[in-house]
Design a protein around this ligand. Sequence first.
Ligand code: ADP
Ligand code: ASP
Ligand code: MG
Length: 426
Amino acid sequence: MSSTMHKSPPNKSQKLIVQKFGGSSMGSIERIQNVARRAVKTASEGHQVVVVVSAMQGETDRLLKLAAGVSSRPADREIDVLLATGEQVSIALLALAIRELGFQARSFLGHQVEIRTDSMHGSARIRSIKADPVHECLQNGEIVVIAGFQGVDQHGNITTLGRGGSDLSAVAMAAALKADACEIYSDVDGIYTTDPNVYAKARKIPRIGSEEMLELASLGAKVLQTRSVEFALKYKVTLHCRSSFSDGEGSWVVPEMSGLEGAEMKGLEGAVVTAVSCDKNIAKLTIVGMADKPGAAARLFAPMADAGINIDVIIQNPPENGRTDVTFTVPRNAADRAVALIEGLQDELGFVRCSLDKRLAKVSVVGAGMVSQPGVAQRTFAALGDAGINIVLVSTSEIKISCVVEDQFADAAVRVLHDKFELEKT
Ligand code: ADP
Ligand code: ASP
Ligand code: MG
């Protein structure tokens, strides 16, 4: 069989292209065959192709549910062993589908291409990648298929990189291989002014700077995983976000823009707000009646920092009778763990109770052009107020304003803000 297989034809302008296909592109056998055709098309144009894939759509959630069925507090190490199987299925099926089209393909798990990480199970950081086995296969004309989202720590344990982490695997692979292009395929044909599945008036952004994209991603625009954008910025990898269902050009995420282009992107031509993001993975914790003494806040947050739980908006009320309330947000999927850690400190910190609200979302307006433009916060609050949407918490930086609202109003808030800043217009 392999003797009849095609190899990439020689091409003087041969490029090394990393293509990433996520769950949204790998939802069924037909979709996997579609991915195979795309990889083969690129290879038949004479390019070297490395495909990074995620688990089939819904598979990672399904595996997590299985774990919850057998354990109330599953060990992080075993969860990673379990979750990594999702991507193992994908790489094998895709390699088979590519071979069926008459092209040579070889699949690799994370540890087989030595994606080395630290030992932080569930949110491991990539330390190094050994590109040699991949280069070897590419030189033999094979399409290389790599499992995203997973790596291996120094003790040989399987690790995973955090939800949506295949984007990071692809960007890191592109950097390690010094690829000419890194294409991130999904079910949308680019990066929009807001999630096009939430608001049909969203407009495609043809080019966006990585710093602005980093802000958008970290505020919930899951079209790119936050750490993948961070990595792309650091290692100067240009990303092309495009659709796995059409051939058109997508959106480019460029590491740095200078001169006129940079100035335009930063809003000197008038665009103050670039996009609206929404994060529905939010929960609010309030520690009621905490002793108002030096070091208390540091003690409160230490166990969560050790557990890798990200704290976001923090508010401390003015003290009364030597006691204060501290409110902050955490990712909703880490909220129960955060509560357990905090309750462990109750005797030491002497607070009255820890209350939890999971029915919240964070809606943010983002734009590098905000730095020099006063009034964006006022317009944001006015738009939400006029729509009868109550703001629970606010946080701001130079280039974003985030409002925590009840999650039942999140989509409406996105649409109201998109209209207020006229983002449908170019
Ligand atoms: P994959 O499974 O391929 O990794 P994701 O579901 O993670 O794909 O990302 C694609 C989704 O990102 C889209 O379906 C869209 O709903 C969502 N999304 C959120 N914000 C944006 C945005 N600003 N632009 C485009 N897509 C967005
Ligand atoms: N399969 C993993 C997840 O669902 C990784 C990814 O999709 O990028 O989070
Ligand atoms: Mg994704």
